[in-house]
Design a protein. Structure first.
Length: 344
C-alpha cells in the first residue's frame, strides 16, 4: 500500500470501507495567509506541503518533528479544524475535505482531540462531570450533564481517577490527572479516532509513561486509532506501530517503528535518533552524535529542493534544486531523500 492507501469507497456505509484505513491524507497542502503592510495579504506560511499518509484501523501512527514542522496543523486538518488549501482527507472511506454544516458536526463525534496542555484545556469553572459530559450535551446525546453521571463515573474509573473526582473542579488535580480527565472526555463520545497532540509533553517525566500506558490500555477496549504527535522519538517508540517524521511541512520518512529506529533512511531521522538517550551508558558514549545544527527553515520562504538541504550533512546540488519525492525503499518503509540508499 502507498503511504496514502487506497480509498476504496466514497461512503462510510459501504462494506469495503471497514477494511481500509481510518484516515487517508492525500497531497495535503495547508497555507496560512500572513498580513503584509497596510493589512494586505502578501505572503503565505507553507505549513503543510504535499503530505501523504494513512492511519490504519486500530493503529497508532506516531508523528514526530521539531517545533514548527506542521504536526499540529496536520492533526487539525485531519479533524477539519485547519483550513485545507488543496489535497484531500478521507475518514472511514469518505471524502471529508469539503464537508460542512450538520455532516461535519456528525463527523466530529467520531474524531476527538486530546490536547497538549491539560491545564489550559479544562474550564476551571466546570466540575469534572460537566467537563466530561460536555461533548455529549453539545451533540444532544444527553440533555444535561447529570443524565450522563453513571457513564462519566465509569469513564473516570476506567481512566484511573478516584470516585469522588466527578464532583470536583480541575484545580484539585495534578497535571497527570487532568490529562486523564482530558482522555475520559475524549472517550465520552466513543470516537474511532483520537488525535493526541503531544499529550504528555507538558507532564512530569515520572507520569508520562502512566498516561501513555492509559492511552494504550483503552485503545483496544474502545476500538481506537491514534494519530499520536510528539516532539521526539523517545515518546512514540512503544505506542506506535508506525512513525511518520515531519520536516518543515513535509513527510521525510514513514516506516514501521522498529525500522525507523534500526534502519533510518533519512538523514533528518538519523539526527533525531541521535538525540534519543540510550539506557546503556557505554553504547550512549560510543554512539556517533549527529547533532542538528541550525534552525528549521522559515515556512514563509522555504528553500528550493529538499527542505532539509540547509542543515543536511549529505546535501549536494541535486538536493538544492530538486525536491526528493517520498519513495518506498523497502516494504512499508518510505523516505524522501535523494541519497537514502547511502544510509543503509
Ligand atoms: N493559524 C495560523 N496562522 C498562521 N500560521 C500558522 C497558524 N497555525 C500554524 N501556523 C504556522 O504553521 C507552521 C506549523 O505550525 P504547527 O503548529 O503545525 O507546528 P508544530 O509542528 O505543531 O509545532 P510545535 O511542536 O511547536 O507544536 C508554523 O510555522 C506556524 O507558525
Ligand atoms: Mg504543535
Amino acid at each position: 500500500m502507498s503511504p496514502v492507501g487506497a480509498h476504496s469507497t466514497t461512503s462510510s456505509s459501504d462494506a469495503g470501507a471497514e477494511h481500509g484505513p481510518i484516515v487517508e491524507v492525500e497531497s495535503l497542502c495547508v497555507r496560512f495567509p500572513v498580513k503584509g503592510g497596510f493589512g494586505r495579504t502578501k505572503k503565505w506560511v507553507h505549513a503543510l506541503d504535499d503530505v501523504n499518509l494513512f492511519v490504519g484501523r486500530g493503529e497508532t501512527l506516531g508523528l514526530v518533528g521539531e517545533s514548527g514542522s506542521g504536526k499540529t496543523t496536520l492533526g487539525r486538518a485531519v479533524l477539519r479544524r485547519a483550513p485545507i488549501t488543496s489535497g484531500s482527507v478521507h475518514f472511514d472511506g469518505q471524502d471529508i475535505t469539503h464537508l460542512g454544516g450538520e455532516q461535519l458536526r456528525q463527523l466530529r463525534r467520531r474524531m476527538q482531540l486530546v490536547f497538549q496542555d491539560p491545564y489550559a484545556s479544562l474550564n476551571p469553572r466546570m466540575t469534572i462531570l460537566e467537563l466530561v459530559a460536555e461533548p455529549l450535551v453539545v451533540h444532544g446525546m444527553v440533555r444535561k450533564a447529570e443524565e450522563a453521571r453513571a457513564d462519566v463515573y465509569d469513564l473516570l474509573d476506567r481512566c484511573g481517577l478516584p470516585g469522588d473526582a466527578i464532583d470536583r473542579y480541575p484545580h484539585a488535580f495534578s497535571g497527570g490527572q487532568r490529562q486523564r480527565i482530558g482522555i475520559a472526555r475524549a472517550l465520552a463520545m466513543r470516537p474511532s479516532l483520537i488525535v493526541a497532540d503531544e499529550p504528555v509533553s507538558a507532564l512530569d517525566v515520572s507520569v508520562r509513561a502512566q498516561v501513555v500506558n492509559l492511552l494504550q490500555d483503552v485503545q483496544s477496549e474502545f476500538g481506537l486509532s491514534y494519530l499520536f504527535i510528539a516532539h521526539d522519538l523517545s515518546v512514540v517508540r512503544h505506542i506506535s506501530q508506525r512513525i511518520a517524521i515531519m520536516y518543515a511541512g513535509r513527510i521525510a520518512e514513514i516506516a514501521p517503528s522498529n525500522e525507523v529506529y534500526e534502519r533510518p533512511r533519512h538523514p533528518y531521522t538519523k539526527a533525531l535518533l541521535s538525540a534519543v538517550p540510550i539506557p546503556d551508558p557505554v553504547v550512549q558514549r560510543e554512539r556517533r552524535r549527529e547533532v542538528l545544527i541550525g534552525e528549521i527553515p522559515n515556512p514563509i520562504d522555504p528553500p528550493p529542493g529538499c527542505r532539509f538541504q540547509t542543515r543536511c550533512p549529505m546535501a549536494t546540488d541535486l538536493c538544492r534544486t530538486e525536491n526528493p519525492v517520498l519513495e518506498q525503499k523497502s516494504p512499508g518503509h518510505w523516505a524522501a531523500c535523494h541519497y537514502s540508499d547511502q544510509l543503509v
